[in-house]
Write a protein that binds this ligand. Structure first.
Ligand code: UT7
Length: 324
């Protein structure tokens, strides 16, 4: 008997304010054409001033619970992947717990920047496999608009706000790759790449929340190489490879990275869920947003084999293989 962490519900939330590329032309030396051709991004959503990460996360969580047909108190644990928490502490996850009216279980945040959702899913899987929890709500939620330097055209046009959530539940499987649920994962980090993507503030450094700094071009090259490698490693662990996959659900940072990764894995772009044009880079929210939108579009269907892959600050990167 094999326990599997199976997806029972999915949902997302995007702030109402949609910002097209053209809006940046008024304040920055940039063009819609540059942003579109270099990143694939056409628009992104920005949270309202009173819309914090926990509020976005709670909307997404409610949508995922409704989709699963579950109540908040059916859940044993909440994990929120975020690098833009409402406060230094407590965790966004405990705020979501309270906002959902959940009176039991436990909640905590995971911080692996853009790879956060992959790390959170892997943690949720471990909780389920070890018997610590039967039902886990896994959320990716970010308000990266709060850490943008609006004078830096090389970063502020790339990021957006949003949240996505999954409900995972323990189910008995056969132990083969035909089981639904999380089948494999591969996690990596290398702190020597710290300067490539970081925020120049923090509690114990300068007491400020800071602004995002990125060496875009070197990071681009790392991303293309590491994303295909981690996705292939996760697949190899269960005897599969790129062509076996129904959908790649990538972190949505750049359409050129997404396409190059799919090409390296021998997966045609038609089998990749792409949302970067509408959401920009929403860091830890990008994969659950893409999962939810992919289902809503009718792309992802029950039984499909998915590989989700992401890289971000740290560097931290990884992949999860799951059957929907
Ligand atoms: O989520 C975590 C993972 N994140 C990523 O993986 C992001 C990785 N990096 C990227 O997506 C790309 O590197 C960018 C989209 C950030 C940039 O694309 P690029 O093809 O690597 O361009 P570049 O950085 O080499 O810059 C090319 C030129 C530069 O001008 P010069 O030095 O050639 O004169 C930049 O100053 O484009 C300039 N540039 C811009 N021009 C117009 C940078 N930002 C802009 C802009 N508008 N917004």
């Amino acid at each position: 008997m094999t326990i599997r962490a199976v997806v029972k519900g999915v949902g997302h939330y995007l702030p109402k304010r949609v910002v097209p590329n053209s809006e940046f032309e008024a304040t920055l030396d940039t063009t819609d054409e540059w942003i579109k051709s270099r990143s694939g991004i056409e628009r992104r959503c920005f949270a309202a001033d009173d819309e914090t990460t926990s509020i976005l996360a709670t909307h997404a969580a409610k949508a995922a619970l409704a989709n699963a047909g579950m109540e908040p108190d059916d859940i044993d644990a909440i994990i929120v992947a975020t690098s833009t928490p409402d406060l230094t502490f407590p965790s966004v996850a405990t705020m979501v717990q309270a906002q959902l009216g959940m009176t039991r279980g436990f909640a905590f945040d995971v911080q692996a920047v853009c790879a956060g959702f992959v790390f959170a899913l892997t943690n949720a899987n471990a909780l389920i496999l070890s018997g610590q929890a039967k039902r886990v709500l896994v959320i990716g939620a970010e308000t990266f608009s709060r850490i943008m330097d609006w004078t830096d055209r090389s970063t502020c046009v790339l990021f957006g706000d949003g949240a996505g959530a999954l409900v995972l539940e323990a189910e008995t499987g056969s132990g083969t790759v035909s089981d639904r649920g999380i089948l494999s994962a591969d996690l990596n980090s290398d702190g020597r790449y710290r300067e490539m993507l970081y925020v120049d503030g923090g509690v114990s450094t300068n007491g400020q929340s800071g602004k995002l700094r990125m060496q875009g071009n070197p990071l681009f090259r790392q991303a293309v190489e590491k994303l295909a490698a981690t996705a292939e490693t996760a697949l190899e662990k269960i005897g599969l490879s790129g062509p076996d996959v129904d959908w790649i659900v990538p972190h949505q940072a750049n359409l050129r990275i997404i396409s190059a990764t799919a090409a390296r894995m021998n997966v045609p772009i038609e089998r990749v869920v792409v949302t970067v044009q509408d959401h920009g880079n929403t860091s830890a929210a990008s994969i659950p947003l893409a999962l939810s939108v992919g289902v809503a579009r009718g792309q992802i269907k029950q039984g499909d084999l998915l590989v989700a892959e992401a890289i971000g600050g740290g560097l931290a990167w990884g992949a999860v293989v799951l059957r929907w």
